[in-house]
Design a protein around this ligand. Sequence first.
Ligand SMILES: Nc1nc2c(ncn2[C@@H]2O[C@H](COP(=O)(O)OP(=O)(O)OP(=O)(O)O)[C@@H](O)[C@H]2O)c(=O)[nH]1
Ligand SMILES: [Mg+2]
Length: 455
Amino acid sequence: MQSSDTIVALSTPPGRSGIGVIRLSGDDSLDYVRSLLRDEQFAPDPHRVTLRTLRDTDRDETLDQALLTYFKAPHSFTGEDIVELSCHGSPVILLRVIDALLHLGARVANPGEFTLRALSNGRMNLTQAEAVRDLIDAQTHAAARQAARQLGGELSSRIQPVKDALIKIIVPLESAIEFVEDDLPDVAIAKIGLQLQGLTRNLEALANTFRAGRLLKEGLKVALIGRPNAGKSSLFNRLLSSERAIVTDIPGTTRDSLSEVLNIKGVPVLLTDTAGMRESEDPIEHLGIERTRRAVADADLIVVVVDGAQPLSADDEAILAEVFDAKHLIALNKSDLVNFGAARLNGASRHLDSLPVSAKTGAGLEELQHAILRPFDAGNEHDEDFLITSARHFDLLRRATGALHSSGGVLHHKASEDLILVGLYDALRFLDEITGETTPEDVLSEIFATFCIGK
Ligand SMILES: Nc1nc2c(ncn2[C@@H]2O[C@H](COP(=O)(O)OP(=O)(O)OP(=O)(O)O)[C@@H](O)[C@H]2O)c(=O)[nH]1
Ligand SMILES: [Mg+2]
């Protein structure tokens, strides 16, 4: 472990709370805390919590009473000496304690710097460090569960056997170059070929989980659009099970877009209720409709809400024409009304995907939620499937399979061992880059820049 300066950060969110946790990591952590306690002899037992009084270093004044935990290097998250102070969660107190520590010589931690130190000190590999970030950022239980599995080392433990198998192929090829004059015998070529196919399939299967994994992590943006009074806000509220948007029978009620996250089978869906679209002279309504257009442009999927109890209006037709080329589906709302069916989606509009729903009774809403995920082929995974959630991992897996493919091709044409080895070494390097053994410095800084401060 290298010696390092001592960093400090608030690890809990800024703002008022029951407690706020300040974290220190580095060689001088304990010294700084001794000064803060005005107790130079202070020698806490590692991994034990004690209640202590923190004092102002300049004035003889109590700052706070805090619970103090000391994690002695190397048995800590970062592998360095760590002290955690659980103070009362007043922003004023927390700021004063952090100021006092900075005054003593600590430095404010960069985003993810604690985790970066854990990585540098071999406390975890890169996939686990990324999982720490993903766990904190997870928006649904399913996303958190995937991140927790990756934190437990599942991704690296799936990659390791492939690396081991590659090395088992590389070693005899290397010695063949050294000791054997003759070409590889056909049986050996056939055997290596089969092994490479098996490994490629393995990595491809892992890479293919990214489609579902990305959705779980990044989610989808879905906009509800339609003419005024179609029932967009009612549907929005019903889907979120909350009276979030104002609903009235006055057309033009919603003036501004409103977004909330809805969890559909573990996929975080950012649902946006929009201002009804129609020809309007009202300048405020006009601005609202502009925002609707922006939400439409930004959405992965558009749900056009149509009042199914009214004949299609010119506004409905205009909206349907506008989304024709975009990924969309139609919710025929108000299926509870007797004259439901009045809106006929004529053959000319060729919109096949329409679902009867009722924002009032909730009928058809489960089907609507399924239909939202369907174009993305998501939500069919089993809970026990492990998913790739990072574009970086996906890209490197694809590159590794590409390298194995090219080795296989070279092998097939009975090329020399050193040519076959090129692809094998490339594949190994790409896999090592996933777990962090050979990840370039600039890629590392890019990854850690996406962390929050204090972790
Ligand atoms: N019977 C019935 N009435 C509904 C249903 N959905 C909405 N409504 C009614 O339709 C009217 C308009 O609903 P909203 O949800 O405000 O419609 P909107 O599309 O958001 O309208 P704007 O904000 O004006 O664009 C209200 O009176 C709702 O109670 C439904 O499924 N069945
Ligand atoms: Mg509305």
